[in-house]
Ligand binder design. Structure first.
Ligand code: NAP
Length: 486
């Protein structure tokens, strides 16, 4: 069940919200604490889906500040207007709940708890308190501070599944996004969605259209394979827009979610066991290595893992950035015997330098913090160039492996334009697709290679590692272009 929260506040807005999401909703939740009270009856009449009536108190994160008696009357009126489902907060107390049940014997009570203080949750205790009241369904919503907090939802739904109870568990905020997508995988009865961007009734709600068409959340089940990306922050990550449509195109029962992880240790022990594989991005490319059973030689030499897959119950780590970048560069020119200047000394620089050296390039490395470039040069056997000497560098190919030029600071370049004349210039930055560095290079008559090419190559390799199947490059390119507009 996808429950779409209708928040209005005007009835005109509420009608628009219902219209925008009716193809994706199974139930409309009318947020009576947020909607303009004068025209609520007309919304009940206009709704094309069954109604869940909710009047959320301030204490539980809503806007209702009246008395229990007033709330009882509002919810009773909603039943009279035809709501088959009513949200009743556990905090209202057993007397309120029992009285409501006895007066509305046919109404399905969704008993809810909202933990908004970010404190640790005693899931078993909460579950037992709710279960004792034998509602139609139980709902736990809480604010997630980390993707590792998804574990509370997993535990709550597992308890309910064991008792064959209907349950909803939502981790609010961007850290809990995956709980909204994986509800069926985890045995949940329903999830909550927004009718459209900008009309969320709770932080982290995904528009119903995306939930259904991108994530296909309503088609997932216990056997669905879960993949995703771990990192922090992840708002800029485009992987969900590429991998999910590929799964759909290939008829695979799989989904790809964002997991913004702060505490990697907790995530690896509590949430990762339900994943079949994941991409790794800043800041976990190095730290993830300690949790893996096997790391291939390339990733070990680079010192960074960007792809993890489960093979026969073991975690296996590799790096697709290296060949992703070099395959992109070599579509323009073979690097063998050429002098490649790498700017940066982080994860991407290490991957590019390692793979280019393996393919026979002669590598110069420069970085804002000289010491790191010196260290990397020593480790991989490269030539170190002090950062101040960048304007004098002699090279054939330039690879930018710093975030300089990335959104939002798009008007800066890591090197002066005058050194680019007649060169081959690659930028690992892919947002925007054409950076200041690449614009300068074009103007200087250089051949340019975009970071999107590296992105597509490394994502294709990841997809193959996840599924054993090669994705269509044309389709991937189209998906990435569409993702830029999402
Ligand atoms: P990282 O490990 O954090 O390394 C960042 C590097 O950039 C460091 O060497 C850092 O220098 C340098 N740097 C940061 N800010 C700078 C500034 N303002 N001026 C000069 N140098 C600066 O990051 P990463 O994983 O290597 O990623 C680097 C870039 O590559 C990012 O933009 C990322 O999006 C991109 N990337 C793209 C792909 C793709 O598929 N296209 C894949 C991976 C990465 P210090 O040592 O002085 O801090």
């Amino acid at each position: 069940m996808i429950i779409v929260s209708i928040t209005g506040p005007s009835s005109r807005r509420a009608l628009e919200q219902m219209k925008a999401s009716e193809s994706y909703a199974d139930i409309f939740e009318l947020r009576l604490d947020l909607l303009d009270a004068n025209n609520v009856a007309s919304l009940f009449r206009a709704a094309s889906k069954p109604i869940l009536a909710t009047c959320r108190s301030r204490a539980q994160g809503g806007n209702f500040a009246g008395t229990d008696k007033q709330r009882f009357d509002i919810l009773s009126e909603a039943v009279r207007l035809g709501a088959p489902y009513v949200d009743v907060e556990l905090a209202a107390g057993s007397e309120f709940i029992e009285r409501f049940r006895s007066e509305h014997t046919r109404t399905r009570i969704v008993l809810s708890v909202h933990c908004t203080d970010g404190e640790k949750i005693d899931v078993r205790h909460l579950y037992a308190s709710m279960r004792a009241l034998a509602p139609f369904a139980m709902k736990l919503a809480y604010v997630a501070q980390d993707a590792a907090d998804i574990a509370y939802a997993v535990e709550f739904l597992a308890l309910a599944r064991n008792d064959a109870m209907k349950a909803i568990a939502v981790a609010m905020g961007e850290y809990g996004e995956a709980t909204r997508i994986l509800y069926r995988k985890l045995g949940g009865w329903a999830t909550f969605a927004s009718p459209q961007f900008g009309a969320e009734s709770a932080p982290g709600q995904i528009p119903a259209r995306l939930l259904k068409t991108l994530y296909r959340a309503d088609t997932l089940n216990a056997s669905s394979k879960v993949f995703g990306v771990i990192g922090n922050p992840l708002r800029q990550s485009k992987g969900v827009f590429v991998h999910n449509p590929l799964f759909e195109k290939m008829g695979m029962n799989a989904v790809y979610c964002r997991f913004p992880v702060a505490d990697l240790e907790r995530f690896m022990t509590s949430v990762a066991p339900m994943l079949s594989g994941f991409s790794v991005t800043i800041p976990h490319k190095q730290s993830v290595m300690q949790y893996l059973d096997l790391i291939d030689d390339r990733a070990r030499a680079i010192g960074a893992v960007n792809t993890v897959v489960r093979r026969r119950g073991k975690w296996y780590g590799t790096n697709t950035d290296a060949s992703g970048a070099l395959d992109a560069i070599e579509r323009g020119v073979r690097v063998k015997g050429k002098r490649l200047l790498v700017v940066g000394a982080g994860g991407a620089a290490r991957a590019i330098a390692y793979e280019a050296k393996r393919r026979g390039a002669d590598i110069l490395i420069a970085n804002r913090t000289d010491e790191r470039a010196k260290q990397l040069a020593l480790e991989l056997g490269l030539t170190y160039l002090p950062h101040d000497f960048l304007p004098e560098a002699k090279f054939d190919i330039l690879a930018n492996a710093t975030p300089v030029g990335m959104v939002p600071d798009v008007d800066v370049s890591p090197v002066p334009a005058r050194i680019l004349k007649g060169k081959i210039v690659f930028d690992a930055v892919y947002n925007p697709p054409v950076t200041k560095l690449l614009r300068d290079a074009q103007r200087a008559g250089a051949k340019v290679i975009r970071g999107t090419e590296m992105y597509l190559n490394q994502a294709a390799l990841q997809f193959e590692l996840y599924t054993g199947r090669k994705p269509s490059p044309t389709l991937m390119r189209k998906l990435l272009t569409n993702a830029a507009n999402d």
